[in-house]
Design a binder for this molecule. Structure first.
Ligand SMILES: [Zn+2]
Length: 196
């Protein structure tokens, strides 16, 4: 458990800094998490802090319902989504959610983001679906919409919440972060190719 926790913590902190440095998430928005393997616990970004602020001192651990287990900071309200994905899909080890501008822009006009670059087509294989939810975060009442997309495509590595942002999943947060960066890059190219 201790070794798994250290690995998850390192994965979480690396990805928080890397994603903030990439510029796909500014300010205090978005959220990332890392599963602590062998437990029903996850490390999440505390509410009101930027990705760049994440450090050992504000480490926040919750169960999959979002209930605080370790730490003294308020967990994100998006914990329901993160915990739901970890409960449902054992292969998911990390989740990166960002309010990235081009992905949001595309989500307002299209039903999916087309994989218009060679690299995105190779890596992501199928267009990125856009899911329309009414709640600010994805609450329990609407999470079935997310599960349905994964049932349609078990290899799905990301989706876009309409008008809201990217949710990328991977075997680690680091891998999920790489997917989120690739999607924002692809969304920018897709948007510009449609609006010449
Ligand atoms: Zn969000």
């Amino acid at each position: 458990m201790y070794t798994e926790f250290i690995a998850a913590k390192n994965d979480f902190l690396f990805t928080a800094r890397r994603t903030y440095a990439s510029g796909i998430q500014t300010g205090t928005g978005g959220n990332l998490s890392s599963r602590i393997p062998g437990t029903e616990l996850m490390i999440v970004k505390p509410s009101g802090y930027t990705y760049g602020d994440c450090c050992e001192e504000n480490l926040t651990i919750t169960d999959f319902s979002g209930k605080l287990v370790e730490g003294s900071y308020k967990p994100t309200r998006e914990s329901t989504l993160h915990g739901g994905l970890y409960s449902q899909f054992i292969a998911v080890g990390g989740i990166v959610h960002t309010h990235s501008p081009y992905a949001i822009l595309c989500s307002l006009s299209f039903s999916q983001i087309e994989l218009c670059t060679m690299h995105s087509a190779l890596k992501l294989k199928k267009p990125i679906p856009i899911i329309d939810v009414e709640t600010q975060a994805v609450e329990a009442s609407e999470i079935h919409k997310v599960y349905e997309e994964f049932e349609k495509n078990p290899e799905l590595s990301a989706f876009i919440l309409k008008g809201h942002g990217i949710v990328a999943v991977g075997s680690s947060a680091r891998k999920a972060g790489q997917i989120a960066e690739l999607i924002e890059e692809t969304a920018e190219i897709f948007w510009k190719s449609q609006n010449k």
